[in-house]
Write a protein that binds this ligand. Structure first.
Ligand code: IPE
Ligand code: IPE
Ligand code: MG
Length: 257
């Protein structure tokens, strides 16, 4: 696999890594280009992407992560050709119908973030079923960001707080970061320590805008269908070699790690 950064630091596998993140977010990008490169239709890239997701969830369990958030469909993805949107909706349904039993058996708790109202009733019902059936699992929380937009999530939180203020239930001066975070879809979930994006693009594309304030980023030059356990380990090793300072200086930061 090609090297992911230009620095001289050698990589270590996560087994040697000192620091396994609690929460990893993944922007699963590059399905279309993976397919195009092989002369295949884009849907084939998405199908292979689903297989990569399955393997990634297994690896996340093995690595001992507590939370894995995967960006599956952005609010902006509605702007794609109608056939592709339909294919992506179909794949989500297939994932839940085929994999829910196995996810549940592996102790995975499924949580879905993003707007539900724009989704068709059958999809809404499946998402609710996935959450209900896995609610008491504790091994790994798999957060599926579907019809998700970070800015839209922040606006909805602001609106909810404004409604409370308008109704006299809340003093504006009582609003702080914690209260705001509790109104996001991710309420109660720790911020992602690491965000991985495949396909070589280096942008957030409206993923976890609030929550990523102090996330580390690893951008991989491979397309999502090619993401595997080894690529995941490479990203975790890179994360482990980073120094997170949260605004402090190095001497202080080493104590908080
Ligand atoms: C990621 O792959 C999947 C979704 C955004 C749903 P893309 O479909 O964005 O693939 P590229 O970026 O066009 O190659
Ligand atoms: C981000 O990828 C959304 C998902 C991976 C679901 P896009 O492919 O939609 O992002 P842009 O358009 O390249 O920024
Ligand atoms: Mg893309």
């Amino acid at each position: 696999m090609p090297s992911i950064i230009s620095g001289e630091r050698p990589f270590e596998a996560p087994s040697h890594a000192t620091c396994v993140p609690t929460h990893v977010g993944i922007i699963m990008d590059g399905n279309g280009r993976w397919a195009a490169r092989r002369g295949l239709p884009r849907i084939e890239g998405h199908r292979r992407g689903l297989e990569a997701l399955r393997a990634t969830v297994r690896a996340a369990i093995d690595f001992g992560l507590d939370y894995l958030t995967v960006y599956s469909f952005s609010m902006e993805n509605w702007n794609r050709p109608i056939e592709e949107v339909a294919d992506l909706m179909g794949l989500l349904k297939r994932f839940i119908r085929n994999d829910l039993k196995a996810l549940n058996k592996s102790g995975v708790k499924v949580k879905v973030i993003g707007g539900r109202n724009d989704l068709k009733p059958d999809i809404r019902a499946l998402l609710a079923e996935a959450e209900d059936r896995t609610r008491s699992n504790t091994r790994l929380t798999l957060i599926v960001a579907f019809n998700y937009g970070g800015r839209q999530e922040i606006v909805a939180a602001a609106r909810a707080l404004a409604e409370d203020v308008a109704a006299g239930r809340l003093e504006p001066s009582a609003i702080d970061e914690n209260m705001f975070a509790q109104r996001l879809d991710t309420a109660g979930v720790p911020d992602p320590d690491l965000i991985i994006r495949t396909s070589g693009e280096q942008r957030l594309s409206n993923f976890l805008m609030w929550q990523a304030a102090y996330s580390e980023f690893v951008f991989l030059p491979i397309h999502w269908p090619d993401f595997d356990r080894q690529a995941f380990e490479t990203a975790l090793a890179e994360f482990s070699a980073r120094e997170r300072r949260f605004g402090r200086v190095t001497a202080q930061a080493q104590k908080v790690r």
